[in-house]
Ligand binder design. Sequence first.
Ligand code: PMM
Length: 276
Amino acid sequence: MGIVNVTPDSFSDGGRWFDPERALAHGLALLDEGADILDVGGESTRPGAARPAVEEEMRRVLPVVRELVAAGATVSVDTMRAEVAAHAVEAGAALVNDVSGGLADPAMLPLMARAGTPYVLMHWRGHSAGMQANAVYGDVVTDVVDELRARVDAALHAGVPGDCLIVDPGLGFAKHVEHNWRLLGRLREVAALGRPVLVGAARKSFLGHLLADPETGRPRPAHLRDAATSAVSVLAAAQGAWCVRVHDVASTADAVRVTARWGLESVATPLPMPQS
Ligand code: PMM
């Protein structure tokens, strides 16, 4: 899944694709690089970000969704608002990616029950402005899995078809650095919910901390985190992730292809055993 942020303020690419023409060109380039899905978003969710008005969010995303669909892309809309999701689906979006897992807008689950498109429920504990204060867990993996299970149950209860549901541990959302690593290391426990898993690690600050300058301690800048992102993509794919959401599609597409081939090879061709 390639990211098309039509925002002035996203943390790693804010402003670069804010102009709809540039967003469209960027989406087409990501398709060429091998993206299967393009995720179009008009609201930055960086910690502390302010929310755009709903009209502004629609003004940002709908033309880009429409054009990418017309170009033959499978498009996802990254929104917490039912109204934006409904218009995007009408414009041809094939998937709704809701970072709030249906918590931000009470109209979202009923909409998804009617829309019948795949729906990503991400683990979320509140809007960006204050979310890091909610990064308090017993065991982070158990807590996130329990809270995701509750969202899956709420979606099913609202009538969203079970085979439409995708779950996401929400890396960086009300998570401190160590929480993200624990969730990645135990991704199989998220997969044990029995739903496809989406992982969004791309360029996030826990990677910047890992790669910090050893002398100054300064985190690696966001645009220099793509190699680390593809390493996460490989490991997430090897642990059964259904999808990885990334900015640099080329490196992740190659890395995931290697992972798939490696797995098939080991199944198809068992290692030769020593003769006794
Ligand atoms: N992260 C961001 C935005 N949308 N959606 C899902 N499903 N999972 C994520 O982890 C996620 C997301 C924030 O990252 P960005 O500013 O680089 O888009």
